[in-house]
Design a protein around this ligand. Structure first.
Ligand code: ADP
Ligand code: ZN
Ligand code: ZN
Length: 722
């Protein structure tokens, strides 16, 4: 035991962003000021060094201590709130504390890059009748004066490129020719030009009335009902109060649209997503931490941004699965947003046209305040829903005859028809008619998908490997290879044969590879008045197709009959989202879902009563099965190159869990048994309450496989079972 009475605060607990479970204790050497909680320090670690974050200052330690080498941040980089969030995440997700901080911190921060500690300065021109004179030989001042007259405002970060010195500006300031301010205070708000509908007004007023307390709102508003307008008007109030706002969006592809809307209203804001460079991301981060950036619009990981004075968090499309990270630290940015709002005592607004079952339940139990936008401003109506029974019909390239006929009718009436098929490629089976051989990936337990264009090859959608087609069956040597199962390419082929003169556009990850291509394709399609749009869920991402009068859903059965308990929810959300993109005032659209299982309860309620009806049915089915949001769930996964070893370890973890107050299923093969030569197993843990779930997981979190090649993970609140 080491006591340090002469300097009461000389021991610090430090989290090092590596795969470690515990903090490390270090002493602060004499003469070095104590670092603050949330500050980064450079510390010796093993034979090397690391950058860590101080999470606690204490007086005692049970260890032989080494000194910290240097304090990197005089002012804490992370607020105590974010430090506490990290500690909480480690417990909640049963993930090593160090790895949690590795996820939270931008990599530039982990490398020890200095952070911005005070808001950037700027100098603004002061217009006056009699300009004071500058001495003839004061060259720098003349140049500075000229520059500022041209530009009106010069920011500190521009000084170098403009070749202007700070001293010359200070001299001008002394003469009253320029004034200094900080960039932070220069927010210009353009008031909303839109007068809200009654429903919008109710939503805006309800949220505004509760700005200083924690409350989660579920803003349930159909596509185009003006949810974004609600966010904007509420945030305007938050900014006027001098606070900051965080807006989460699910995908990078959506950030430009969202960003533009915000830019029209607010002169200062920043975006944050994975395509932004590390240096820039860290800069934005530290500017938010000192209060210089009032608004951040960002994807998943932006939820960890530290703020000086955060006033609200908005999560748009809260149901979107991309808020869940499905590797390493398996966190849900939506759930963390709610947690942060709670810790900060501020509102959190979750918006969606198709809220998740979790959020619907929370609204039912009054834990979330429910706000509804049930119609679009103007007279636009949502499309009507219908089922196309496929039984005993003739099916051609995945589309049944009656549906093809209907598509033809809409095309004849100059409507655009959107075909939703959630599989890319041409055929999902490539098999021998004689002996039943199917083409499989040699590294994964996955059937290969035949891609007619552009490769004429077989692709593995799991690991990306591709293969030459075969002329003969490798098993029976007969020339009897056929393709079955339908992808986007085959649907396109069928439609091309049936409607040869109609223009077609296929949108999937093979035809549109980058976000730039996606944006370009969508803006082209916006102007296309007729024709067929064939695509995967990419079509659901935030674009409107005003001329679409019919949406045909080709393979909904895959989703409604999925083995993944979230399959029906995802499918219903996708259909409703895509349907929401279709049609406009004068043209009410129709959605046709073809199915071999037309009596399916989920499908029936979706079609008859819309998403709300679907929700009621699906929640009832979930309750019967004790699945989330009724029970609490975690998935244990293990994988490794040796089948037996991976399976045994999974069993070991599950057997330990069986000693606890939870229900355990498995081990079983994962839905895809082998990916990239790794065998995969999983088990399901179900608990009545969160407490029981966490108590059980706590007993296994630090277990280690005997073989280093076996990897495993705990997934709390899983978003997919694959
Ligand atoms: P959502 O976010 O729910 O999809 P948006 O906020 O994007 O909806 O609104 C859809 C469109 O309707 C936008 O062009 C928006 O400017 C417009 N809009 C929103 N609210 C109103 C309103 N009260 N009056 C007129 N137009 C509105
Ligand atoms: Zn064969
Ligand atoms: Zn593969």
């Amino acid at each position: 035991m080491v006591d340090m009475p002469e300097n009461a605060h000389s021991i610090v607990k430090v989290v090092v962003p590596r795969r470690v479970w515990d903090t490390y204790d270090y002493s602060v050497p004499h003469g070095m000021p104590n670092p603050m909680v949330g500050a980064r320090v450079r510390v010796p670690l093993g034979h090397g060094r690391a950058v860590g974050v101080v999470v606690e200052i204490t007086e005692r330690s049970d260890f032989e201590l080494r000194d910290i080498e240097r304090v990197i941040d005089e002012q804490p980089l992370l607020s105590e709130e974010v430090v506490d969030l990290g500690m909480w995440m480690s417990e909640y997700y049963h993930h090593p504390l160090g790895s949690v901080f590795e996820t939270i911190l931008p990599s530039a921060a982990i490398r020890g890059r200095p952070a911005r500690t005070e808001p950037e300065k700027q100098w603004t021109l002061i217009r006056q009748a009699n300009t004071p004179t500058i001495r003839a030989n004061a060259k720098h001042q003349h140049h500075a004066w000229q520059t500022i007259q041209e530009r009106e405002v010069v920011r500190e970060s521009d000084l170098k490129s403009l070749d202007v010195t700070r001293t010359s500006l200070e001299a001008l300031e002394h003469k009253g020719m320029v004034k200094q301010s900080t960039v932070a205070t220069s927010q210009i708000i353009t008031p909303s030009p839109i007068s809200p509908t009654d429903e919008q007004r109710t939503a805006i007023e309800s949220i505004k009335a509760d700005l200083q307390t924690f409350q989660t709102f579920l803003l349930d508003g159909i596509t185009g009902s003006g949810k974004t307008e609600v966010y904007l008007q509420v945030i305007e109030e938050v900014i006027r109060k001098g606070q900051q706002a965080l807006v989460l969006v699910p995908e990078i592809a959506l950030t430009p649209q969202m960003t533009n809307r915000f830019h029209e209203r607010f002169s200062r804001m920043a975006v944050m997503h994975s395509m932004i460079s590390n240096a820039k991301r860290f800069d934005t981060w530290s500017r938010a931490a000192i209060g210089e950036i009032p608004i951040i619009v960002g994807t998943r990981s932006a939820v960890f941004t530290p703020f000086k004075n955060l006033g609200i968090i908005v999560v748009d499309e809260e149901h979107d699965p991309s808020y869940k990270q499905n590797e390493s630290l398996r966190y849900s940015a939506r759930d963390i947003a709610v947690m942060r709002a709670r810790n900060l005592g501020i509102p959190c607004v979750l918006g969606s046209a198709t809220p998740s079952m979790e959020s619907v339940m929370n609204a039912r139990s009054k834990r979330y305040r429910y706000l509804q936008l049930s119609h679009r401003p103007g007279s636009a109506e949502l499309p009507s829903f219908h089922i196309q029974d496929m039984r005993r019909t003739h099916v051609q390239g995945g589309i049944c005859e009656p549906l093809l006929k209907r598509i033809g009718e809409h095309l004849d009436r100059d409507g655009q028809v959107l075909i939703l098929i959630n599989r890319r490629g041409h055929s999902t089976y490539y098999l021998c008619q004689e002996c039943g051989w199917t083409a499989m990936c040699s590294d994964c337990d996955v059937r290969l998908t035949w891609h007619e264009v552009p490769t004429k090859r077989l692709h593995c959608h799991s690991c990306g490997r591709n293969y030459q087609p075969v002329a003969k069956c490798p098993d029976c040597d007969k020339k009897s290879i056929v393709t079955l199962g339908v992808g986007t390419q085959q649907v396109e082929e069928t439609l091309a044969a049936t409607f040869p003169d109609v223009p077609r556009h296929r949108i999937d990850r093979d035809s549109v590879r980058t976000n730039r291509q996606l944006t370009a394709t969508f803006s082209r399609l916006q102007h296309a008045k007729e024709g067929l749009l064939i695509g995967t869920q990419m079509l659901a991402k935030g674009h409107h197709f005003p001329n679409v009068t019919m949406v045909a859903v080709i393979a909904a059965d895959n989703g409604f009959l999925s083995t993944d308990f979230r399959g029906p929810e995802r499918t219903a959300q996708l259909i409703v989202q895509v349907a929401g993109r279709a049609g406009r005032e004068e043209k009410r659209g129709e959605v046709w879902i073809q199915s071999y299982d037309p009596d399916n309860q989920d499908l029936q309620s979706l079609v008859k009563e819309g998403y709300e009806g679907f929700t009621a049915t699906e929640l009832r089915l979930r309750e019967e099965a004790n699945f989330p949001p009724f029970g609490h769930m975690a998935v244990i996964r293990s994988e490794g190159p040796e089948e037996r070893v991976a399976e045994e370890f999974c069993a070991e973890v599950l057997n330990t869990l069986r000693q606890c107050d939870v229900r355990v299923l498995g081990p079983a093969y994962a839905p895809i048994t082998r990916v990239a030569r790794q065998f995969r197993f999983q088990g399901i843990v179900l608990a009545k309450g969160r407490r029981q779930l966490h108590a059980a997981l706590k007993t296994v979190e630090r277990m280690r496989p005997k073989s280093r090649k076996t990897r495993w993970s705990i997934d709390v609140d899983p978003s997919e079972m694959a």
